[in-house]
Design a protein around this ligand. Structure first.
Ligand SMILES: Nc1ncnc2c1ncn2[C@@H]1O[C@H](COP(=O)(O)OP(=O)(O)OP(=O)(O)O)[C@@H](O)[C@H]1O
Ligand SMILES: [Mg+2]
Length: 282
């Protein structure tokens, strides 16, 4: 290797590029933030370096859920006040949160110089991460589409509520027909049984098959309804942390195992720097 190659590039060559997974939904309140954070916790407990990007500008976001109050966010990186690694917040269980807040809206307006600086910051961070999970807002808006398109894997969360199904369908329709996304992973939350979850999944594939061409919608699994989860939310703790032996926590740990058994979707842009480059249209 040429001696002029920066050290971080040499190191990066020895690591598998991070997987980037966006968790989104048509309808709000279906459990995205709880899924992202508990999955991050479970993956971190299994020794993985996990970064959660909080890309939701609304109030019910990652830090509120965990009772954290990040002082800085992406905005401070863009203004040059902070290094990216200095704004990361440590969460229980050992994963990290990248608070985005209003920084997200600024992304589109960064100068070329700011973008390049930011990409260097990301490259610096990239090889310290195995998996990046993105918690998006609900519904079809520009930031949601932005992050969902840039991720390698798109997980759509829905619940057995009929409105959740129609909104998930609307989301899939926009992402596939207007943005060319052809592959989705479907995660059913708050189902009473696996049978119910599979029925919800089947309903979604039925409506989607009738109207949309050549889509692949893989069933990723289900998370059961469990009263322990809202209890932990009220305590501003993760259910996997507060009640690790509950049914719902067991499912989160099993889902983490399943994710680790899978091979990351083999895309040429499977790299955290390319993820951000895609976002910045560079
Ligand atoms: N598996 C579950 N069992 C019981 N309750 C659940 C479950 N999943 C989510 N909930 C309830 O739903 C609430 C909303 O969850 P969460 O905030 O994770 O949803 P969200 O999709 O991130 O919402 P938003 O779209 O507003 O960001 C939780 O506070 C909890 O009370
Ligand atoms: Mg949320």
């Amino acid at each position: 290797m040429a001696s002029t190659t920066p050290l971080h590039q040499n190191q990066a060559a020895y690591r598998t590029p991070p997987r980037v997974m966006a968790i989104t939904s048509g309808k709000g309140g279906v459990g995205k933030t709880n899924i992202v954070t508990n999955l991050a916790y479970a993956l971190a407990r299994k020794g993985k370096k996990v970064l959660v990007l909080d890309a939701d500008l609304n109030l019910a976001n990652v830090d509120v859920l965990l009772g954290l109050t990040p002082q800085f966010n992406l905005h401070h990186v863009f203004t040059g006040e902070k290094r990216l690694r200095d704004i990361l917040v440590d969460a229980p269980g050992g994963f990290q949160i990248l608070p985005a807040s209003s920084g997200i809206m600024e992304m589109a307006e960064l100068s070329e110089e700011q973008k390049l600086y930011f990409l260097e910051e990301i490259a610096d961070l990239g090889h310290a991460i195995d998996i990046m999970l993105i918690d998006t807002a609900a519904g079809i808006n520009n930031t949601v589409i932005y992050f969902t398109l840039a991720a390698q894997e798109r997980v759509i969360v829905l619940t057995p509520e009929p409105t959740s199904l129609t909104d998930a369908y609307a989301m899939v329709k926009v992402l596939s027909s207007q943005h060319g996304v052809k592959r989705f992973r479907i995660l059913v939350n708050s189902a009473q049984t696996e049978k119910e979850a599979l029925a919800v999944y089947r309903q979604l594939t039925l409506v989607a098959d009738r109207f949309l061409d050549s889509l692949s919608m893989d069933y990723m699994g289900f998370i059961p309804y469990d009263a322990k989860l809202p209890q932990s939310v009220r305590a501003q703790r993760l259910v996997t942390d507060l009640s690790p032996r509950s049914t719902v926590s067991g499912k989160f740990f099993a889902l983490a195992d399943q994710i680790l058994r899978e091979k990351a979707t083999n895309l040429s842009d499977g790299n955290i720097k390319f993820f951000w480059q895609g976002l910045f249209n560079l």
